[in-house]
Design a protein around this ligand. Structure first.
Ligand code: ZN
Length: 485
């Protein structure tokens, strides 16, 4: 009897809480508009659950969720729904840029248009911040809340906190706990950590069930960092040092590590002869096979970020072409000034050793193709957002897709890297990866395209509009939002 009374009391309490919530929602006009329905009708759905197109579908959205997908006869559209007639158009999931960087100054005068808008205008509805830059460490978490609440326009954000950059860290445990307690989603490790610091940080991260991703520290190496528990590799190029004979026991500063690594690579490879894939494969294929086994047994995905190499070639060998790129109108003017002076990051890094940049791109492409053929999970990523490399947020995602296809991916596989593969990793990271496919229950992150993206990834540039967590932006609106004076 007592138990029944408790259950009844509990139900009353639950009812009171629920009705309280509902009342509160009704007082907030933003929330009411968020509960609205949108229906895409007559669209060709690119579900990304398989390599297929489902013709003439209705996709019903309520709030930020996909509520129904089916034929026009099977999906009942509520009277008050906003109808978007997509006759002949293609509806695909929004893309994720899985390695990028936010900056607190994105909405300052330094940037002609906020990158948050540039991402949406290019169909990028999810971004994963690999290290913030600002006076307040948690600004990206505040943006995320504001975007969710509808008071700021932008993609869904996942974020790492303060990067563990260089040893000695002092208190690795404390740093990891701080990042965790502030609410960041994952831990980012950088190149200059000692095995001791990296080990302690990763052990703490595992205790807190915090996901970790990053560079492979020079002093640690791939095998040891995976064994220590790092979950993911931040760039294809992080695998390069595995092919170069270096003494990992050296105690060097960041500048010294980079110089030492570049010097060792120049000594070992005949850079001036150019990259020859057959020769390189003959000499180093066994190392790549070993890397693949290590990644496979650790279950570690790798971010692609190939556009960095691609843009380096343009910056070094065709500087005028670089300056004339349309998307560079959205780069900070201060950065372009540095470039014109020849003082930009990669101009300085490769001055006098430009051949090395071309050689490196050759190796990175060969590694990318090898990992892809071996079925290692790859994540679409561009390292955009810093404003210091000429990788323009949003626009760079199309270059990354193109480069993947140039190196043996089918369009479906390239798009998977930025949709289903991305969602799987986010699920491991935060427990929920509710995007990347067009299915009931998923977050309504969608791109409406004029042409079939599975035929050509370049078709993703030509869009009718983008839906980000249920909010629809037509191309007309987006074009206005990114218009320059
Ligand atoms: Zn990065």
């Amino acid at each position: 009897m007592k138990r029944i009374i408790w259950v009844i009391a509990g139900l009353f309490l639950l009812g009171a809480i629920l009705s309280g919530c509902l009342r509160e929602e009704q007082h907030d006009p933003q929330q009411i508009s968020d509960q609205g329905y949108t229906a895409f009708i007559h669209v060709n759905v690119v579900p990304m659950t398989s390599e297929s197109i489902i013709k003439d579908q209705t996709v019903l959205i309520e709030g930020d969720r996909i509520m129904a997908v089916g034929s026009g006869r099977s999906v009942i559209i509520p009277d008050k729904a906003t109808i978007i007639d997509g006759e002949g158009a293609y509806l695909m999931p929004g893309l994720a840029d899985m390695h990028m960087h936010t900056r607190q100054d994105w909405e300052s005068e330094a940037w002609p248009v906020s990158p948050l808008i540039l991402f949406l205008a290019n169909g990028v509805t999810t971004i994963r911040d690999f290290g913030p830059s600002g006076e307040v460490l948690t600004y990206a978490l505040e943006w995320r809340e504001q975007i969710q609440a509808g008071t700021r326009v932008g993609p869904t954000i996942y974020a790492s906190g303060k990067i563990l950059f260089v040893s000695p860290l002092g208190d690795p445990q404390g740093l990891v706990r701080m990042n965790h307690d502030l609410g960041f989603d994952f831990l980012k490790l950088y190149s200059y950590l000692s095995p001791e610091d990296a080990g302690e940080a990763l052990t703490t991260a595992m205790e807190l069930e915090m996901y970790s991703a990053g560079h492979v520290p020079y002093a640690v190496g791939l095998e040891n960092i995976l064994t220590a528990g790092m979950d993911e590799i931040a760039h294809i190029e992080e695998l390069l040092p595995e092919f170069v004979e270096i003494d990992r026991d050296k105690q060097l500063s960041p500048e010294e590590w980079l110089a030492y690594f570049i010097g060792s690579a120049m000594q070992q490879f005949d850079i001036s002869a150019g990259f020859n894939e057959t020769d390189f494969n003959h000499q180093n294929g066994d190392i790549l096979a070993r890397i693949i086994e290590q990644l496979r047994s650790a279950g570690a995905p790798v971010c692609t970020t190939m556009v960095v190499d691609d843009v380096i070639q343009i910056k070094l060998f065709q500087p005028q072409v670089f300056l004339e790129r349309q998307e560079n109108r959205y780069s900070p003017e201060g950065y372009l000034d540095l470039f014109r002076l020849g003082e930009e990051k990669h101009q300085r890094q490769f001055r006098g050793i430009e051949d090395l940049a071309a050689f490196k791109y050759g190796i990175d492409r060969w590694i990318l193709a090898g990992l892809h053929q071996a079925g290692i999970p790859l994540l679409l990523a561009t390292d955009s957002g810093t404003g210091g490399m000429g990788i323009v947020p949003g626009f760079s995602i199309h270059d990354e897709l193109r480069i993947l296809v140039e190196n043996g991916f089918s369009p479906y596989e390239a798009i998977s890297a930025g949709t289903v593969n991305a969602a799987k990793v986010i699920e491991t990271m935060v427990g929920e990866g509710d995007f990347g496919t067009i299915e009931v229950g998923q977050r309504a992150d969608l791109i409406l395209l004029k042409n079939n993206p599975l035929e050509d990834v370049a078709n993703i540039k030509d869009l009718h509009g983008v839906m980000a967590a249920g909010r629809w932006y037509s191309w007309e609106e987006l074009a206005q939002m990114i218009a320059l004076e």
